[in-house]
Ligand binder design. Sequence first.
Ligand code: IDP
Ligand code: MG
Length: 139
Amino acid sequence: MTERTLILVKPDGVARGLSGEVLRRVEAKGYTLVAVELRRATPELLADHYAEHVGKPFYDPLVEFMLSGPVLAVVAEGERVIEGFRVMAGTTDPTTAAPGSIRGDLARTWDLPVIHNIVHGSDSPESAEREIGIWFPGI
Ligand code: IDP
Ligand code: MG
């Protein structure tokens, strides 16, 4: 089934010049780019986006990290793209993310208060719809 997902290149990825690398992988896989925009998050937007994590010990450092620079917000479309991009991203912790995945190939975690893992990807159809509505309300 064709579906859409929300991808973010987080501030670490943008700062390291990896926005193009993430888009390259998404396009090379065969997904279609529907929207791509360099944005600054706000605390309010992040409280919506990360609603499930509000109150967790890493929430405040996560928000601080996500506000530390621009993010590239992307909507991508394709067959099972939600699941497909999660696999391309790799598991949350880059140390154990599979080689070949974005996080496994490009991210690292040591000495950081929150996991700097380059990308976000929606984890379910419900999350994708909610997150696309937050970042691209017009779409
Ligand atoms: P996901 O991005 O792989 O879906 P989530 O559990 O939704 O992972 O967590 C959101 C983000 O919060 C992660 O991508 C990572 O940046 C950060 N994070 C998650 N768990 C931890 C933790 O235990 N310590 C520090 N940062 C974390
Ligand atoms: Mg998540």
